[in-house]
Ligand binder design. Structure first.
Ligand SMILES: [Zn+2]
Length: 52
């Protein structure tokens, strides 16, 4: 199952690791912003790290 994420800032595709879990930090390689990965119901969302 491919479940790529989209960067909320620059809309770049961010590959979701198969062993990803909630709370993981994900770096967008385009805008160099680090996001925290959160699972909401059955979908993944990215939040900017400083909001946590
Ligand atoms: Zn980005």
């Amino acid at each position: 199952m491919s479940a790529d994420l989209e960067c909320p800032i620059c809309d770049a595709d961010i590959p979701l690791e198969s062993d990803a879990s909630t709370g993981d930090l994900v770096l967008c390689s385009y805008c160099k912003v680090t996001f925290k990965l959160l699972k909401k119901k059955d979908k993944w969302v990215l939040v900017e790290e400083y909001e946590v």
